[in-house]
Design a protein. Sequence first.
Length: 472
Amino acid sequence: MPGNVLTRNRQKYLVEDINQQNSSIFVKKYLPSRTEGFDTAPMNSLSDPSITVGILPKVTEGPEMMNISFGQLTIERKPKAIVNYSPERRITENSGENSKSYCWQELTEEEAQDYSIREKVEGITLSLLVESVNGKGGPSKEMLKLLGKMLLIETEVVLGIPTSEIGLISNNKQLALFDKGKGKGNAGYLYKQLKVVSEELRKRLMNCYCEEGCKKCYGEIIGELPKGSKEELILLAQDLGKIVETDWYEKLEKEITIQSNYQEGKIIALADIHLGSESSLEEEFYEAISGLSKQADIVIINGDLLDKGGKEGQKAVKKLLKKAISEGFWSKLILIRSSTIHDAALANFANIQQQDYAQIETEAGEVLFVHGNKIGIDPNDVVKTKEEGAIIVAKGKLIAKSKLTGKARNWLPKITKETHLVIGHLHKRFFNERYRVYGLGHWTKKGKKFDKKCYLIIDSSNTLNELQLQSY
């Protein structure tokens, strides 16, 4: 920000201006003061960070004082005031306020928003539900930060994950522990082992008779604890110990209630994987979803995930769930129902809720994901106009019905010309921006190479080319 000091190759520079359009900054050499050291000069004043949990988080049951969730997080840091240094970095001989070589610049809400930093990460959020942990006083930001530091120490001791690989941030009501770097899955593993880690934290505090921290507990690493804080920390650790164990394969809960207010981020959609069939490109699919899920906020499988029901289908579902949980992309995953012929095995997993469609509002407009087998595609139109033409005709009929009844079908919401309609089912790849219809191809060995291993990207940050259909 203007007025800040940057260091490059041991030379300090004063930031004079920022051009946000081309991401450039203008600087001049920073001249050190005779009496003020760089380390003792004041830094920018920041507001409490905001921690926003994304859609479809995994939520833990059991704790009474905290709500614990895991998924995509948006962390935003806003400055309240910034420190501006004089270009010469000189001070007068007189003492007093006028001798300082810096001044505080208060920021308006609009200016603070311009300089805010937003970061999207995957991690755990602990949100306090109570005003007071021990009934004596309200919890503080420092108390949550202490809890976070202790959890990180125990994470390294119990799970072997270095504290440097998990980030920590807190405000007055929330604590977030998140992956640093490009999503290594450490936060996801910690989420699954949080009960074990918190129990070790509680034991360490309970087995030490000190009041303000010592070598036996956390004092040597964290420093002296605030008076009375041990009692609150023990109560919070006990609350974390109430986490209810879950059978991740058969009792995994996930509500797929798609909101219409999703405005930014990246969506990736695939269709027609047909897991369990001999023709499925199963290994390529697992490789692709591992890589693509790290780049996306939402991953949609637009029908025909499976090929068969019975034991083969259930085995395929369990394999995908195991991978999604271990790699931390389960919270991003949305499954669209196709038919009982192919996706029947999903019905055996009672707590995996599916949707007939997903309707999401993006910067490009409304996008409707539906498999396509139940929207009235006429086989005669496929013969006459090929698959792309047939879906254009089918969309026209859905628009006409929407005008008459307010719904495209009794189970499908209203569709307009502006709706981006994304389908699978036809095993054909097409991208028609004029009529806003898109075919996702398939992930099987059959058919033309052009139609295989397709995925659609919707990226709100790419304003020139927000929708892209690519091959893996």
